[in-house]
Design a protein around this ligand. Structure first.
Ligand code: BG6
Length: 254
């Protein structure tokens, strides 16, 4: 245990990258759930990583969430050729945390452009197909999302995200009963990475991630550890930006 305590975060980054099968893990010190300053730091770290991978004229897809909002706050570089799109449609979150809002804010900071999705997630498959068939603008944005060079997204605890999105109590029970602990992009995953519930969307699903150049997840706090293991286990992730509290808790799980 002593050796663990004195070991630096760099070793932990390498250990988690191997165990979670990721190209890269970035860990910032502290606990972003307990400390607003650490949460801002997580956003800064994510903005820094984004700037490293962002080339000319790229398309970035972004999810919503409070963590992604801190990334938007932290962007301090310009990349005028960039187009930012929401990874998915609206999910019943408060407007500050919706993917459309985050996309527009990041585009504003970069001096780039944005394209938004004005249809909610959670519609029936038939309704989504009807919209895609009749609306060329939605189709164009959906295509851009699926071919994004970079996706940056948050990860949430399954039950919490289901409740935050206003899913019916019965559905939340079902999601939990199926063993979901983590959520990303409206997909609810078990600790072993099985997707057990999906909110329909014209946007991205975990299965589409192979078409995306680079997938960056940003999530911190020890209570998100299982969620992070679940979502990375589902595959398609390249880079994880997290905090020490989550990283140590993940170490205890895998
Ligand atoms: C949502 C994303 O908006 O934010 C989810 O669509 C993610 O995929 C969630 O799980 C995380 O939210 P927060 O507020 O914990 O960063």
């Amino acid at each position: 245990a002593y050796i663990r305590l004195v070991r630096g975060l760099t070793d932990l980054e390498e250990e988690l990258a191997v165990k979670l099968r990721l190209e890269r893990v970035v860990i910032i010190p502290g606990d972003s759930q307990a400390d607003a300053a650490v949460q801002r730091e997580l956003g800064r770290a994510a903005a820094g990583v984004l700037s490293q991978y962002l080339g000319d004229n790229m398309t970035i897809a972004v999810s919503g969430g409070s963590t992604m909002a801190t990334l938007a706050d932290a962007v301090q570089f310009s990349a005028p050729g960039t187009t930012v799109v929401p990874a998915r449609g609206g999910l019943g979150e408060q407007v500050e945390y919706q993917a459309n809002t985050i996309a527009a804010r990041i585009a504003g900071k970069l001096g780039g452009r944005y394209r938004l999705l004005h249809i909610p997630d959670g519609l029936s498959e038939e309704a989504l197909e009807a919209i895609l068939a009749s609306d060329g603008n939605v189709r164009a944005v959906a295509d851009m999302i699926k071919r994004a060079h970079i996706l940056v997204h948050g990860i949430g605890q399954a039950a919490q995200m289901a409740a935050r999105r206003g899913l019916p109590a019965e559905t939340i029970r079902e999601i939990t009963a199926r063993g979901a602990v983590g959520e990303a992009l409206g997909q609810y995953c078990t600790i072993t990475g099985d997707v057990v519930y999906v909110t329909n969307s014209v946007g991205l699903r975990l299965a589409d991630l192979t078409g995306i150049g680079r997938v960056i997840a940003v999530a911190g706090g020890s209570s998100k550890a299982a969620a992070i293991v679940a979502v990375t286990g589902a595959g398609g992730q390249d880079i994880l930006i997290t905090d020490e509290a989550a990283a140590r808790a993940i170490q205890g799980i895998i």
